[in-house]
Ligand binder design. Structure first.
Ligand SMILES: *Cc1c(COP(=O)(O)O)cnc(C)c1O
Length: 367
């Protein structure tokens, strides 16, 4: 079976380092927001090119806390994409704001800047830009759009660890970035984890309060926060795995090049090629076909797992049907939801396995 992820194939050297780290935490007597979290926050800040990192419970909370740290909440509109994990929208709702869905670009599945521009109203306070599948694109346009309207750019970086454009890493373009360390992400923990990254000391300080009941000094609560803290065990594991991330990202890029170079089946459409190697970290490798379900079944019959990201756009989920959308509709998001299929692209795939996937895709006849 060729699976979407293969966590048990981590290199033996990494597993040994992780076991040492686990024992260190266990014997330290510190379990939540201690020295391991501090060390990971510093190391991840260097990776992301930002001075401030705030470790939190998960990626969804990172977005909610990020928005709340910017003072965004009830009565405010936040523009985002309907082609994302449900958590992106749920975080906007949990912050108290109203999500507004703009359409995506057909070739990249990322938010279309002109559709976003048409969604801006007097109540818009932020754009939550999702670096879907690991791609960072058109940051100059989004930054100019936000600056021009005085609204905040918030990056959902849950799929984009180590992606960068012009030397600027994901999360460092706007007011702040939100990362997830859910196990399937390019940098994953052995449980839940997340982080807010920012260049702004005041935003970071407010996020630190919000993750811990809104507490400023012990037993003093100037505002109502949450309980969303990163624990020592996850931070210690993440610190070890961070050392392997560049190498594993290079492997993802090599696999994606093999797919792009070899796929010739006219029934299968590839997404746009990345503008530069650094701008895409291939969290997912997505192909499109009108016969998506048949392609998934064809791959399964050859022992190859595939998944769809995402088969139901967020504006079609029952709790989200009434929220404002682009006035000219969300046709590209709806078409993409019908056609997209993610094929295995994790860093532990062997060349033989990649070839097997390519052969299976080439043999697909559409029925
Ligand atoms: C995974 C993911 C999230 C949510 O992260 P969790 O850690 O699972 O809460 C948010 N946005 C995107 C794009 C994701 O892929």
């Amino acid at each position: 079976m060729i699976t979407m992820n293969a966590f048990t194939r981590e290199p033996e050297s990494l597993i040994r380092a992780e076991l040492v780290a686990v024992e260190r935490v266990l014997r330290s007597g510190h379990y939540v927001l201690g020295p391991e979290v501090k060390a990971f926050e510093q190391a991840f800040g260097r990776t992301c090119g930002v001075p401030h990192v705030v470790g939190v419970g998960n990626g969804m909370d990172a977005i909610e806390i990020g928005l709340r740290a910017l003072g965004i909440g009830r009565g405010d509109e936040v523009i985002t994409t309907p082609m994302t994990a449900f958590a992106t929208t749920l975080a906007i709702l949990r912050a108290g704001a109203t999500p507004v869905f703009a359409d995506i670009d057909r070739e990249t599945a990322l938010l279309d800047p002109s559709s976003v521009a048409r969604c801006i109203s007097a109540r818009t306070r932020a754009i939550v830009l999702v670096h879907l599948y690991g791609q960072v694109r058109e940051m100059d346009r989004f930054r100019a759009l936000c600056d021009g309207h005085g609204i905040a750019l918030v990056e959902d970086c849950a799929q984009a660890h180590l992606a960068s454009v012009g030397g600027v890493p994901a999360g460092a373009f706007g007011a702040l970035g939100a990362y997830s360390f859910y196990p399937t992400k390019n940098l994953g923990a052995i449980g839940d984890g997340g982080a807010i990254v920012t260049r702004d000391a005041a935003h970071a300080e407010r996020a630190r309060r919000l993750r811990n009941y809104g507490q400023s000094a012990r037993y003093h609560h100037p505002e109502l926060g949450m309980n969303s803290r990163l624990d020592e065990l996850q931070a210690a594991i993440l610190l070890e795995r961070l050392a392997y991330l560049a190498e594993q990202t290079a492997r993802r890029r090599a696999i994606a090049s093999m797919y792009r170079g070899a796929l010739r089946n006219p029934r299968i459409r590839l997404m746009s090629a990345p503008v530069t190697d650094e701008s895409h970290v291939h969290h997912l490798f997505v192909v499109c076909t009108e016969a998506r379900d048949q392609l998934g079944a064809h791959l399964a019959s050859r022992g190859i797992e595939s998944l769809s990201h995402y088969p139901v756009p967020v504006h079609h989920q029952p709790p989200c049907r009434e929220f404002p959308t682009a006035t000219d509709g969300l046709r590209n998001a709806e078409a993409h939801a019908r056609e997209c299929l993610s094929i295995p692209c994790h860093p532990h795939l062997t060349d033989d396995e990649v070839t097997e996937v390519i052969d299976a895709l080439d043999a697909f006849s559409g029925v």
